[in-house]
Design a binder for this molecule. Structure first.
Ligand SMILES: [Zn+2]
Length: 273
């Protein structure tokens, strides 16, 4: 028993952890994501009502077999590199076409650049390197284990922050003026929603305020001074988005997921009786 516990704290168990989480995020989750969300709508990106994205995918050499599913937020899974694995984008159903298209371009950038695969490769290679180095330098697991656990995670977070900023840059460079205004509404609404809900701590993305500022600078450079309350129509889109983002955060929160799991279990037990 002691040897099992002692082996669990071997730096090499961290390597196994990275292999498992990489397989989960890059292979298993993309295959089963849509099945994990109950009542989700599923449609193909190429048959998406937004025809303007069709030519965009071709021009940017992004795979066209991406499935869209509606969910509590925006998440992309899958990549261009491993095209035999399904690629999916979860979208929050907002009534703001321009904002939605901007965020879609951000998510498509992750798929185009295979960000998820590279993030896991960086975690895995850093983990192997630290495991080998730390076990050579010391035989004490109390030192080598935490090092192998923490350093690769920091490397992954730094990489993702960098890639998130790059995905924003890509979406900005590909956005029309109206989509930039949509991006402004989206970041501003997200900023509003996260101010009310402190649980939204996210260190893998640049801060919402810095992202809002980045979009604003591009708009200003184009000679556009913009605020969501410039017109009633934009204000309505913005306030609807605020509600949707708060709803999505509550819907996707860990507590809500646990509640759903318990109610499913209860239902199953009741059926057995
Ligand atoms: Zn992203």
């Amino acid at each position: 028993m002691f040897s099992v516990i002692s082996n669990m704290y071997s730096p090499y168990s961290c390597v196994v952890g990275h292999l498992v989480s990489g397989a989960w995020n890059c292979i298993i989750q993309p295959i089963f994501l849509d099945k994990a969300i109950s009542g989700s709508e599923k449609f193909n990106l190429t048959t998406f009502e937004d025809k303007e994205l069709d030519g965009f995918l071709e021009a940017e050499e992004i795979r066209t077999d991406i499935k869209l599913i509606s969910g509590p937020g925006y998440v992309s899974t899958g990549c261009n590199l491993l095209s035999f694995i399904p690629a999916q984008i979860m979208t929050l159903q907002i009534e703001d076409k321009e904002a939605d298209r901007f965020v879609m371009k951000h998510e498509l950038s992750h798929i185009k650049n295979n960000d998820q695969v590279f993030m896991h490769l960086i975690g895995l290679t850093t983990c192997v390197a630290i495991a080998i180095l730390s076990t050579r330098l010391t035989s004490k697991k109390i030192i080598s284990f935490p090092l192998t656990l923490i350093i690769p995670s920091i490397a992954q977070i730094l990489y993702m922050r960098y890639r998130e900023a790059k995905a924003d840059d890509f979406a900005i460079s590909q956005a029309t003026d109206e989509e930039l205004k949509g991006a402004f509404r989206f970041f501003s609404a997200t900023n509003n929603a996260t101010q009310d809900h402190k649980f939204a701590l996210d260190i893998s993305h640049p801060s919402i305020l810095s992202r809002l500022e980045k979009v604003n600078k591009v708009l200003e450079a184009k000679g556009i001074s913009y605020s969501p309350d410039d017109t009633q129509e934009d204000f309505d889109k913005w306030s609807h988005m605020c509600d949707k983002i708060v709803e999505g955060q509550e819907e996707g929160s860990a507590i809500k997921n646990l509640q759903r799991l318990f109610s499913k279990l209860k239902e199953r037990l009741r059926k057995k009786d």
